[in-house]
Design a protein around this ligand. Structure first.
Ligand code: COA
Length: 431
């Protein structure tokens, strides 16, 4: 059987996340490191895990702090883990937590580790603001100047335009196109209507609200006391709009292509702060320690396409490869979690699954087929829940495993699109 095994099956033992909060709101004073630490300490406590059992910690982040670029090590340096737990940070845009998970799983499958914590964190409230080239040249020249006159002369070269700060853009370095512009372009190419996008966004909010109200999503969330005063506690995601309606969504103006676009604040995922993590173990180690795994990793795949084409369409190339590696077809899958960067992207990906042309591009003669919407993102997705770039992959895997168990399903599929024209897919199995 062509599964991801190598004699050691990788068990997903548990997963947990912080609440997800829209950037600039309740977590605006909380760093990504703090979000990650809080999430990981909750994971350790909930699983009653002895920190000495952990061999490594792998974390993803997309916009790292320039002062602490290896966020994984900072997250690992916390009271519940020994200082000997080595840790490294990975980046694959919105699939960064997925990269952390597959790197951790590879270490386990190779026999290099028996238990690894993997996940990611992002604080889009705390992105580094950069000085312009002119301003930073002047600062460096001033710091090297030997006399007061030379220092003054260095600063005198600064022009008003140099004072404009630079923030990281959510744009492709290779094309200059923002994610939102790419989503708008995909909607046009694939003929995804504004109405279909808004209906999908509405569905995301409705299902997320239901999953929160009945406790399924709440169970995956670690309440977070907000520093520095620790006198307020956040227990749930604040982007879910229980009361939103189709008419409200339809009334929103397009934000990226204001003249002809269909992508709005309502049918996009919002900029978000949060962290998520999973505990992965060699099946044997999990058994010895007395854990009942939620599920096992059966296969995964990554793919990429030209970012200038359809930036967020690569899950369509990754999913058939992951399924082939799992020895399964779409019909075998009981539950699907698809990252919702934009409704236009999800709907384009779903069309791609049915397309013989996209199947051929992925190297297959027949398309995956139509996804049964009844098993897709059954508790909403990133549009409603939010999307802390580095964390989303671990949120999705956790939800997939829990819900698969609730439904007594056998196989689950997740897909994530990522900047750079990249895509990821993973198949999990319960038995
Ligand atoms: C789309 C985006 C620009 C919107 O940012 P924003 O303007 O700060 O968004 P807001 O939440 O303030 O929403 C704007 C307005 O739409 C309204 N709105 C948003 N979603 C709504 C919904 N579901 N129902 C009703 N109204 C909604 C808000 O209430 C707000 O109205 P107001 O201006 O009257 O207050 C931002 O979320 C973004 O950049 N998202 C994409 C992120 C991205 O590229 N991610 C990468 C994907 S992989």
């Amino acid at each position: 059987m062509p599964t991801y095994d190598n004699g050691r099956r990788v068990a997903i033992v548990a997963g947990v996340r912080t609440p997800f909060a829209k950037a600039g709101t309740v977590f605006k004073s909380v760093s990504a490191i703090e979000l990650g630490r809080r999430c990981v300490s909750e994971l350790i406590q909930r699983t009653n895990l002895d920190g000495a059992e952990v061999d490594a910690l792998v974390f993803g982040t997309v916009i790292p702090s320039v002062l602490a670029p290896n966020i994984a090590r900072e997250v690992a340096l916390q009271p519940l883990l020994p200082k000997a737990v080595q840790a490294f940070t990975v980046g694959r845009a919105c699939a960064s937590a997925n990269q952390a998970i597959t790197d951790a799983a590879d270490q386990i499958a190779l026999g290099h580790a028996g238990a690894v914590i993997a996940g990611g964190a992002e604080s889009l409230s705390n992105v580094p603001i950069l000085y312009s080239r002119g301003f930073s040249d002047a600062l460096i020249a001033a710091s090297r100047a030997k006399t007061l006159g030379a220092k003054v002369s260095a600063f005198s070269r600064i022009r008003p335009r140099d004072l404009r700060p630079l923030a990281p853009a959510i744009a492709e370095p290779s094309t200059g196109e923002t994610m939102g512009q790419s989503a708008d372009k995909m909607a046009k190419i694939n003929h995804i209507s504004r109405e279909d996008q808004d209906q999908f966004a509405l569905r995301s909010h409705r299902l997320a609200a239901a999953g929160t109200a009945d406790g399924r999503l709440a169970a995956e969330i670690a309440p977070l006391y907000v520093p520095p005063a620790y006198d307020t506690v956040v227990t749930s995601d604040n982007g879910i709009r229980e009361q939103t309606s189709y008419d409200q969504l339809a009334a929103l103006k397009p934000v990226f292509d204001r003249a002809y676009g269909t992508v709005t604040a309502g049918n996009s995922s919002p900029l978000t702060d949060g962290a998520a993590a999973v505990l992965l173990m060699d099946e044997e180690r999990a058994r010895v320690l007395g854990y009942t795994p939620l599920a096992f990793i059966r296969s995964y795949a990554y793919a990429a396409l030209d970012p200038g084409e359809q930036l967020l369409q690569a899950p369509v190339l990754a999913a058939p490869v992951a399924l082939q590696r799992a020895g399964l077809t779409l019909r075998d899958i009981n539950l699907i979690e698809m990252h919702e960067a934009f409704a236009a992207q999800v709907l384009s990906n779903l069309l791609g699954f049915e397309s013989p042309e996209w199947a051929a591009r992925a190297g297959f003669t027949t398309p995956l087929g139509e996804v049964d919407r009844a098993i897709l993102n059954v508790m909403g997705g990133s549009i409603a829940l939010g999307h802390p770039f580095g964390a989303t992959g671990a949120r999705i895997l956790t939800t997939l495993c829990h819900e698969l168990a609730r439904r007594d399903g056998e196989f689950g599929l997740l897909t994530v699109c990522a900047a750079g024209g990249m895509g990821h897919a993973m198949v999990v199995e319960r038995a």
